[in-house]
Design a protein around this ligand. Sequence first.
Ligand code: PRP
Length: 283
Amino acid sequence: MKSLRIGVPSKGRLAETAEKLLQEAGLHFRRQPRSLFARCREMPIEVTFLRTDDIPVLCAEGAIDMGISGGDLVEESQVDVTERLALGMGNCSLSLCVPEDSPIQHARDLAGCRVATSFPRVTRAYLKEHQTDVHLVNLSGSVEIMISLGVADAIVDLVETGSTLAANKLRVLEQIGSYETVLIQNPNCEQLALADRVARRLEGVVIARGYSLLEYNVPVERLKEAEEVTPGYNSPTVNSLEDPHWKAVRVMVKRGEVIAIMEKLEALGASAILETPIRNCRL
Ligand code: PRP
């Protein structure tokens, strides 16, 4: 059987998280020092370690069947790949930024100015939409220092926590787009069954990471209200207890909302409220 080739970031902030995700999805491989290839133990899958920004192009060209890269890089590359799955990590925005003390209020105020970026296509398209003609300074990195170097009046760069902007005394003028890490696929991939299996496996882990399992007991007369607080992914599982006045509920809850939901359930008279993390799932 022909192998499925997956491109994975070789270094940078995505490398570790992408590898962890694949391992958690049961795609185990060992990366040997200095080797750019690894084989998965349990499936005919070949992992190729590549530069994150080359992955969209190499996927479109068919050098790899699938790849993990930033949604921002996929958009900037403007190549023909299918986005299979948002991976729920690497969230960031691409923003037009100016010095904190700049009087500039809108993108259109930048007409005739110099804008430094490593996202020239997305930047050009955005400024064209705003009928703003600028001089683009096209760089491959360290864009955040270009205003202080006197090379640019504004920059277009990724913002994740905002600490790079703060350290360079910059502020966001306008947000151009928001992105996350994505799984992409070559539209002519021949290993479709394997590609679907990989996507389903990763999806199981991605959904599981976003949810917890909540279990609680609730007085029968408050069950309806409790179900409104915790409607679940599909619907909650409700079981009877020995005591006919109580019901036991099991339900998936968005991880970021667990604590607020626990408080609401407690206020409804629920007890024995337990949160369990979910490691993997198929829904
Ligand atoms: C990105 C981006 C910013 C920084 C933003 O750089 O270019 O510099 O992250 O993150 P923050 O808002 O959390 O500070 P990255 O570290 O990916 O390296 P690069 O500059 O080489 O692109």
